[in-house]
Design a protein around this ligand. Structure first.
Ligand code: PAF
Length: 282
């Protein structure tokens, strides 16, 4: 596996592959890699002959008072896991490689950034869209893989790639879960043993909602009430939101129809957990 830290090193390696007619797959990450990230690399391999993974803890997508400084950083373990997963190039840029001195461009994707995470974390999606656009410009992949766990981010990235004509296929990878249903996340290491025990209630709420929808429930208010009730029964968790939205626009829905997402967020102590249910309702 090649390790690149500069634009020149990255472009040199990727340029050689592109000149040889290879298809480049890209997996952007913030490191502290777990099995969920490695599943993105595996999926990228199925869509491309070369896989580039970036590790960059993007300061622009963290708000004041969020966990940028304490975000887990495990560079050696990340490199070893990526090499074992068959990644061809690991790109680890410094801040001034991604944002050269004087850079002042910001990318804002309007509609899918509104509400939910957009309200809880003002400026977050502008930071995500800006760094993803910069990474797309550097790597210029044919295909990029993002996790379904960050459902609103996925909608933002799809809109970004479409609206700015990047010509990149955005592939979504299913959420990878612990055996008790908790969605894997680099931030799960923050959970105390009690918080970790409480955390799967969020997934259980989603599964209860899935069962109600399968039984014919189509009212968003009724479905989100099921999630609220399950999370309220767990004293270690505090729900921030549960909503039903259209999968592509993240526009709120009163009744379920078409491709829908039920995104949820909760706090376990000081740690935010997000998860979602994605389904097609006919
Ligand atoms: O999902 C993440 O890890 C980040 O938001 C991303 C897409 C790598 C951008 O920094």
């Amino acid at each position: 596996m090649i390790e690149a830290t500069t634009e020149r090193e990255l472009r040199h390696a990727v340029g050689k592959w592109r000149a040889a007619g290879e298809r480049i797959g890209f997996v952007p990450t913030m490191g502290a890699l777990h099995a969920g990230h490695l599943s993105l690399v595996e999926l990228a391999r199925k869509h491309a002959s070369r896989v580039v993974t970036s590790v960059f803890v993007n300061p622009m997508q963290f708000g004041a008072g969020e966990d940028f400084t304490r975000y887990p950083r495990t560079p050696e373990a990340d490199a070893a896991a990526l090499a074992a997963a068959g990644c061809d190039l690991l790109f680890v840029p410094a801040v001034d490689v991604l944002y050269p001195p004087g850079s002042s461009t910001r990318v804002r994707v309007e509609e899918p950034s509104r509400g939910l995470e957009g309200d809880c974390r003002p400026g977050h999606f502008e930071g995500v869209a800006t760094v993803v656009a910069a990474l797309f410009g550097l790597v210029r992949p044919e295909v990029a893989v993002f996790g379904e766990k960050d459902a609103q981010q996925l909608a933002v990235v799809r809109a970004l790639a479409r609206d700015l004509h990047f010509g990149i296929d955005i592939v979504a990878a299913p959420t990878v879960r612990e055996s008790d249903g908790l969605a894997m996340s680099s931030r799960n290491v923050y959970l105390s043993p009690d918080e970790r025990r409480a955390a799967p209630a969020l997934y259980q709420g989603l599964e209860a909602a899935r069962a109600a929808i399968a039984a014919g429930e189509r009212s968003s208010a009724a479905v989100t009430a099921i999630v609220r009730a399950r999370v309220a029964a767990e004293p270690g968790l505090e729900l921030e939101y549960a909503a039903l939205v259209a999968a592509d626009s993240f526009r709120p829905l009163e009744r379920l129809a078409g491709e829908v997402v039920l995104p949820v967020a909760a706090r376990a102590g000081t740690t935010r957990l997000i998860d979602n249910l994605r389904l097609r309702v006919d």
